[in-house]
Design a protein around this ligand. Structure first.
Ligand SMILES: Nc1ncnc2c1ncn2[C@@H]1O[C@H](COP(=O)(O)OP(=O)(O)OP(=O)(O)O)[C@@H](O)[C@H]1O
Ligand SMILES: [Mg+2]
Length: 333
């Protein structure tokens, strides 16, 4: 990885004020003191169950939502704080996003070629011939025949539509792409194809990704490093190989155990039961403590901080050394 990360997130926090019905001063802390960085050409996988704050982080990264506290630096410029808006405008072309549902992100009445060219059209006029060539080039990059450009979104499969959305995201040559559940609506074989496409594009174009998903299986192939989010907090972050082979945090262990494996006639029960805690009623100690099979007195009293357990690997658990890693299954990648 290059020395200078192109994405630097520090102490990122986002509160949502809830309506009166939820109580007078009710504030939901959806993202709590999150830190990470992403290098050029690197993918950080961001994983956590529904409501853990993944999309809130993703939306802040592309300037759709302002942080309550903390800082986001993209390409060395802070998009928060005093110069935030100006800096965001300056780097906007270099960042893009791909969301879950390719159908709702494409205008059903717009030919897909025009949809792909839309970012260029918004950025300024491109001579027609050059525009045509760029559309064809973008279609080729995502593995679609350029002749498809005159069709409409409904004429494509879900996987093809996601390719179109990716082509549009690439139109202005971005450096950093936030993919929020970009393959979640697709079936497993299609997921693998889109993940492979994103990896090829990363190799060819040097892209960096924040790749958001709710389970560890989906992010495994694409990620270089993985951050595991629980109730808005990063509980473990580290290099993919080590994290999958021997996860240190009980929550990461549980997520890995929940990954379905093709064992005929046997269903594994994830060791962590219950619902994501209400982010409104955060316990004093470790947020996971009400659900954690290893929770002890200390966990309920004292919040564990993220600590480095090996260079490039951080875990927020008082007992990460003494708890036995659950068998994460095959450690092959
Ligand atoms: N605009 C908002 N107003 C109030 N609460 C919000 C808002 N956006 C998100 N939240 C809350 O913040 C928390 C995190 O939501 P977020 O959408 O980031 O979760 P997520 O990890 O992306 O979940 P999913 O996997 O379901 O997409 C949730 O409790 C959600 O209800
Ligand atoms: Mg989400």
């Amino acid at each position: 990885m290059t020395a200078e990360p192109i994405v630097q997130v520090s102490r990122l926090t986002r509160d949502f004020k809830l309506g009166r019905a939820a109580g007078r001063h009710a504030v939901l802390r959806a993202v709590d003191d999150v830190n990470f960085d992403i290098g050029r050409g690197e993918t950080l996988g961001l994983v956590g169950e529904s409501g853990s704050g993944k999309s809130t982080i993703g939306r802040m990264m592309i300037g759709l939502l302002a942080p309550s506290q903390g800082d986001i630096r993209l390409f060395g410029k802070s998009i928060t704080g005093g110069q935030g808006r100006a800096n965001l405008a300056a780097v906007r072309r270099r960042l893009q996003f791909v969301f879950q549902d390719p159908y709702s992100s494409l205008n059903p009445r717009m030919r897909v070629g025009d949809a792909v060219a839309e970012p260029m059209d918004i950025a300024g006029r491109t001579p027609p011939r050059e525009r045509q060539e760029r559309i064809a080039q973008l279609f080729e990059m995502v593995g679609l025949p350029p002749a498809f450009a005159t069709r409409f979104p409904h004429e494509f499969s879900g996987g093809q539509r996601q390719r179109i959305v990716i082509a549009r995201a690439l139109a202005l040559n971005p450096d950093f792409v936030v993919c929020d559940e970009a393959v979640a609506s697709l079936d497993v074989s299609m997921q693998a194809q889109i993940v492979n496409l994103l990896m090829d594009l990363q190799d060819r174009l040097g892209l960096s990704y924040l790749f958001i998903a709710h389970d560890l299986a989906i992010v495994k192939a694409i990620s270089h490093r993985v951050a595991v989010l629980y109730a808005g907090e990063v509980v473990e972050i580290g290099d993919k190989r080590r994290l999958y082979a021997a996860p240190r945090h009980p929550y990461t262990q549980a997520l890995l155990q929940a990954v379905p494996r093709p064992v005929v006639g046997r269903v594994r029960t994830p060791p962590i039961k219950g619902e994501l805690l209400s982010v409104l009623n955060r316990p004093q100690g470790c947020s996971l403590s009400p659900r954690c099979p290893h929770a002890a007195e200390r966990c309920r009293a004292e919040k564990p901080r993220l600590r480095e357990v090996e260079p490039g690997w951080q875990v927020a658990c008082h007992f990460h050394e003494s708890i036995r890693p659950a068998q994460p299954g095959s450690s092959s990648s």
